[in-house]
Design a protein around this ligand. Structure first.
Ligand code: APR
Ligand code: ZN
Length: 370
């Protein structure tokens, strides 16, 4: 039995309950979770923005310690995930990866592991409730739980000295944000960047933009309460998300608009605002995961005339196996300070309140400590 945060139906309230984990099979590990963040994608699985299968164990941004490594795979499957077992041992500190690449599909073999054909597929149920009903797990992890059983290629070893709360955030918000800035958008020193939507992902994006040497770093949110958080994360300006926001941003960027807009709210209206806040020839990078039926409307003439680029950034266009250890090293040497991101450290029992706070747009990351 392990305690886990589950939701039983779309629109339901998250609740802590006992879950029975499956035995650890070949190519799998059992991880004792030390810390797990509450991310907006978890909220989207609760409030109906996304349509996963239920009952669902929430959570996909976490760090922990390997407590069991699965038995050897039957011979003949050397090339499969069981390969990874050899690099893992009980006691290893790890960050969970919600998009483990298969390393064999077209995208994986063409340098785009974040678009792996295996990723994003609804996974088979894993574990069950005390009643016997099978449980599904968020993004293949279900990490708002004391323990998880996951494929061994879904964990990335990190140094044991890394604080667990920070390590957890590396696994989603920080990898996504730093990758969006440095890989997808490729922000250069001296450029201007506007970041729309200042939750954990947007604030991490401000930190990454500043670290990339951006000159003007403009944070935008609906809530005035995000101003201080934005400035603490390195924003040079904060602008309220109103109809006039693109005009205000143009005023702050020589009348042209920002070189880059990075959208971290996951809405058509904010993608549209990002477009209008960007200069001719500029780039809009969509990080937020919106709803299927939320349509963006852009003028065909403006698309041509403005010569802007619109891209999305899935998991920061990153390779977690390569990039998580680099981020861990940057935290360790002090060059990446993630402390402004964590506004609440809570026990699992208080996680439902963190979902309420997030749906009101309050705070930055809440991190559950186990
Ligand atoms: N204009 C500006 N900001 C907005 C708007 C808007 N119209 N609507 C919402 N926001 C702000 C909220 O006030 C909040 O501060 O966006 C922020 C979203 O923050 P969180 O809910 O904490 O979300 P986060 O976990 O950071 O994720 C952001 O990235 O990974 C995806 O699915 C995730 O789409 C989500 C996005
Ligand atoms: Zn996430």
């Amino acid at each position: 039995m392990t305690k886990a945060l589950i939701v039983t139906a779309s629109g339901g309230k998250p609740q802590v309950t006992d879950v029975v984990l499956p035995p650890v099979g070949p190519g799998e590990v059992r991880v004792r979770v030390r810390a797990a963040g509450v991310c907006h994608s978890d909220l989207s699985m609760v409030n109906g923005t996304l349509s996963p299968s239920y009952p669902l164990v929430l959570g996909h941004e976490a760090a922990g310690v390997v407590v069991e490594v699965g038995p050897d795979a039957p011979t003949g499957s050397e090339a499969g995930p069981a390969r990874a077992d050899r690099r893992l041992a009980v006691g290893d500190h790890v960050v969970l990866n919600w998009a483990p690449p298969c390393r064999e599909c077209w995208h994986c073999t063409h340098g785009e592991p974040w678009l792996c054909a295996e990723g994003g597929r609804p996974s088979a149920p894993r574990g069950r409730l005390a009643s016997g009903e099978p449980t599904h797990v968020t993004l293949g992890l279900g990490a708002l739980a004391e323990e998880v059983v996951v494929p061994s290629h879904a964990v990335v070893p990190v140094p044991a000295e890394l604080p667990a709360d920070v390590a957890a955030l590396l696994g989603c918000a920080v990898l996504t944000a730093t990758g969006a800035v440095n890989r997808t958008a490729a922000v250069r020193s001296g450029q201007s960047v506007v970041v729309i939507g200042l939750g954990g992902v947007g604030l991490a994006t401000l930190i990454a933009a500043r670290a990339a040497g951006a000159d003007a770093v403009i944070g935008v949110d609906l809530s005035e309460a995000k101003r201080d958080l934005a400035l603490a994360a390195g924003a040079t300006h904060f602008v309220l998300s109103e109809d006039t926001m693109p005009k205000t941003v143009r005023g702050l960027t020589g009348g042209r608009g920002a070189d880059h807009a990075i959208e971290c709210a996951g809405r058509a209206t904010t993608i549209n605002a990002a477009w209008r806040a960007t200069r001719r020839g500029g780039q809009v990078t969509v990080v937020g995961m919106g709803a299927r039926d939320d349509l963006v409307s852009l003028s065909a003439l403006d698309i041509f005339h403005s010569a802007r680029t619109l891209r999305s950034s899935v998991y920061g266009s990153s390779d977690p196996d390569r990039d998580l250890p680099t981020l861990a090293a940057a935290v360790h040497d002090g060059s990446l300070d993630l402390s402004p991101l964590i506004t609440d450290r809570i026990p699992l029992e208080e996680a439902p309140d963190a979902f309420t706070r997030m749906s009101r747009g309050e705070g930055a990351r809440s991190v559950v400590l186990f």
